[in-house]
Design a protein around this ligand. Structure first.
Ligand code: NOJ
Ligand code: MG
Length: 557
């Protein structure tokens, strides 16, 4: 949480998301686990990472691969046990690595004892979930699950309909019942007592439902099929005002804990909303960093305007003590290499690591991992399965969850098993951590150089100087008075292009620029320390340059 008097650890951190099923398998069952993560902790020291967010490892029937939780205070045997988790915390903390847990307030598994008791109308659990009277043959309203199809399931036991924003096995908790909130607070306290360093609040937009249960209007989206979530405008099931006060109650529990212990937890929230709406989470719910998902919409058709608009839109709302953050991919979105093309990876990493704020990377992006191909028969993700053999490709998240590619050995060094839960990408022999460690200008080594570079004071606050842009070139500067300044020029477009020197900020003109880092095809052209003339600087798509002045002050006042 933001503190009045000291700098929070997460403001200087580079964060990394581990999808535990796919990171490292220690026991040969083809599924990643806690001891696997422990084995690989030195990798994060090598990368320069300070915080790990772990997707859920709670006890779960795995219908949504851990986001369906049947025990909020235990670890699933697939991943290990609570002792293993404590060992992970200890081993991570020894390396100054923080651990962020996933917290899923919207729903539990249908196998959670609360739901099982609710089914039987056993008090106090009768109203822990969202139940509606009605006729078995008549669904309560037109609401659609995020994963497609109706969000209502009929239970003969109660002779009632049950609401689920996601799959039927993920019934929504009923926050109209104050006991639910209290019980969920206890789960947070359990993990804080154990020593975790923060939480990522899952699916917060879905937390509250309008109690009139009215039909939602059609969205008019011509691309959406009637069973798909995008078919409706979610005015009664998403973004309702009570979400903010409910989340604030969780934040209060965390704050109290911090006051008592002097620890500093990071709270991030997952909501795909506009930057303006994101700020409501910040203001009304005391979230440290509502995720900035603007750059998760990048795709192959993007020229510089996609990037520059999203960056500006986000930085414009970063007033006062709000702190920026950057995300390009995660376990719900196609891999960034696949979405924009591998040649842009280093340039995108330059943006994420050199723009102001805290970046969060998805495992494997540091080596430019690509999506795998998954047939409909192979698809395990309920989102893909729900939408059938034609549309699944648009929704299945299996392609971006393939095993981490550690080396060129059996199964990319992920597992000793012959089959992993999802296939290893066929390019693992040439794309893996070990190979990229040795190659000087690999994605991995450029990533590490950028992580090292951002330790300069000029990268530590929110200063950002927009440089000139063209359809292809994006440029920006970072400078904190009294410190060495930096100027970054990237080609994020699709054509070779020349830096628009006629628009180069006058103030910087006298200050010869020295190359400090380069990406893409420029490695054959430049040397570190070389002085360059910006007048005829030409960059190919994906090329990037980081420049610094000979003088300490690249951006004189
Ligand atoms: C958002 C998570 O990121 C996603 O993976 C999950 O399926 C849904 N919430 C449901 O919990
Ligand atoms: Mg395992």
């Amino acid at each position: 949480m933001q503190s009045c008097c000291r700098r929070e650890w997460w403001k200087d951190a580079v964060l990394y998301q581990i999808y535990p099923r796919s990171f490292k398998d220690s026991d040969g069952d083809g599924i990643g686990d806690i001891n696997g993560i422990i084995e690989k902790l030195d990798y994060f020291t090598f990368l320069g990472i300070q915080g790990l967010w772990l997707s859920p490892m709670y006890k779960s029937p795995m219908k949504d691969f851990g986001y369906d939780i049947s025990n909020l205070t235990d670890i699933d045997p697939l991943f290990g046990n609570l002792e293993d988790f404590k060992n992970l915390l200890e081993a991570a903390h020894k390396r100054d690595l923080k651990i962020i847990m996933d917290f899923v307030p919207n729903h539990t598994s249908d196998q959670h004892p609360w739901f099982q008791k609710s089914l039987k109308r056993e008090d106090p659990y009768t109203d822990y979930y969202v139940w509606r009277d009605g006729d078995k043959d008549k669904i309560p309203n037109n609401w659609l699950s995020v994963f497609g199809r109706t969000s209502w399931t009929w239970y003969d036991e109660r002779k009632q309909w049950n609401y689920h924003a996601f799959i039927p096995e993920q019934p929504d908790l009923n926050y109209e019942n104050p006991r639910v909130l209290e019980d969920m607070k206890k789960a947070l306290a359990f993990w804080m007592d154990l020593g975790v360093d923060g939480f990522r609040y899952d699916a917060v937009v879905n937390l509250i439902e309008d109690q009139r249960f009215l039909d939602e209007p059609l969205s008019g989206d011509p691309n959406a099929k009637p069973i798909e979530h995008e078919y409706l405008r979610h005015i009664y099931t998403e973004d309702l005002p009570k979400i903010f006060t409910t989340l604030k109650e969780f934040s209060e529990v965390i704050k109290d804990f911090e006051t008592k212990t002097g620890r500093d937890n990071l709270i991030v929230s997952e909501a795909y909303v506009t930057p303006k709406v994101s700020m409501e989470y910040y203001e009304l719910s005391d979230i440290d960093m509502p995720y900035n998902f603007g750059l998760t919409y990048l795709n192959k058709t993007c020229d510089v305007s996609c990037y520059s608009e999203k960056i500006k839109e986000w930085m414009d709302v970063m007033s006062r003590n709000r702190w920026p953050n950057w995300v390009v991919s995660n376990h719900d979105r196609a891999r960034i290499s696949t979405r924009v093309g591998e040649q842009y990876i280093d340039a995108i990493h330059s943006l994420m690591l050199l723009l102001p704020g805290t970046p969060q990377f998805y495992y494997g992006d540091e080596i430019g991992m690509e999506n795998i191909n998954v047939t409909f028969e192979e698809t395990q993700d309920p989102w893909g399965k729900n939408l059938g053999p034609v549309r699944y490709v648009l929704y299945s998240r299996d392609p971006n969850r393939s095993p981490m590619q550690w080396d060129a050995s059996h199964m990319a060094g992920f597992t000793t098993a012959n089959i992993s839960w999802l296939p290893v990408h066929p390019d693992y022999k040439t794309r893996n951590v070990e190979v990229q460690k040795i190659r000087k200008f690999s994605h991995l080594n450029i990533f590490r150089a950028l992580v090292w570079l951002r330790k300069y004071p000029s990268f530590r606050d929110k200063n950002l100087f927009y440089g000139p842009i063209t359809d292809n070139i994006y440029s920006f500067g970072r400078y904190m008075p009294g410190n060495r300044g930096f100027y970054i020029i990237l080609n994020l477009g699709h054509q070779p292009d020349t830096y628009p020197y006629d628009q180069h900020p006058k103030k910087m003109q006298d200050h010869a620029s020295n190359v400090i880092l380069f990406t893409g095809s420029l490695q054959d052209t430049y040397k570190v320390g070389q002085e360059i003339d910006l007048k005829d600087l030409r960059l190919n798509p994906g090329d990037g340059l980081v420049l610094t002045g000979k003088y300490n002050n690249l951006f004189p006042n």
